[in-house]
Write a protein that binds this ligand. Structure first.
Ligand code: G4P
Ligand code: NA
Ligand code: NA
Length: 189
């Protein structure tokens, strides 16, 4: 999406050599018109896949996942970040480390929302090392649902997340790929 590249060049700022601040585009403010366009693009790429549910992890993936689910005409599930130590027997949960926050969190999805009858499209805003994504992929696998693929807005391809997930044989579609943030410059692939 060339428009998205233009907006990233205009609105994003480089925080460190591996972190891009995207508050004005994805993480704090969103443009509903642009988000709907992203949702339609993911829906188009997965149009033949008979998706039954779109899934994401709260919070920044939710607008894009919503736009995708609306276009496909299916429900949206957002995995919750758990704030309790009490194990819930009615939920699938996974512990994931966070690259930017330097902490570990637990994500969970209630068993009632994922079944072996589901064909799931996983949407997220940014992929870095892929730890959060791998956590949700494990949850989808444990539920017996079929993971059809991922749709990612910004893949930082100098980090291993997208590549390692593709190496698992999972389809990953990214709207833009960033090859480097070196020398104070955003370089697209
Ligand atoms: P990973 O799974 O791909 O390894 O990413 P990781 O868990 O390390 O990322 C943790 C959080 O940091 C995620 O947000 C992810 O979107 C975000 N993140 C990773 N790299 C960048 C970056 O270069 N720029 C920005 N702006 N964010 C980045 P989250 O914890 O899921 O929070 P939320 O935004 O969904 O609330
Ligand atoms: Na994020
Ligand atoms: Na996210």
């Amino acid at each position: 999406m060339d428009l998205l590249k233009e907006i990233i060049l205009k609105e994003a700022s480089i925080m460190t050599s591996d972190v891009l601040k995207l508050d004005a585009v994805l993480n704090h403010q969103v443009d509903p018109v642009l988000i709907m366009e992203m949702g339609r693009e993911f829906a188009r790429r997965y149009a033949e896949a008979s998706i039954t549910k779109v899934i994401t992890v709260e919070s920044s993936g939710i607008p894009i996942a919503f736009a995708t689910a609306l276009t496909l005409g299916v429900p949206l599930i957002f995995a919750r970040r758990k704030k309790t130590l009490i194990a819930d027997p009615d939920a699938f949960s996974e512990r994931v480390p966070s690259f930017t926050k330097g902490i570990v969190t637990d994500i969970m999805v209630s068993r009632q929302f994922l079944t072996p009858a589901d064909k799931v499209l996983f949407i997220d805003d940014i992929i870095a090392n892929g730890d959060a994504a791998r956590g949700l992929i494990k949850i989808i696998e444990r539920s017996g649902a079929e993971l059809v693929g991922l749709g990612i807005v910004v893949e930082k391809s100098f980090q291993a997340g997208g590549r390692t997930i593709r190496e698992q044989g999972i389809r990953v579609e990214s709207l833009v790929k960033i090859a480097s943030l070196d020398n104070g410059q955003i370089t697209f692939e």
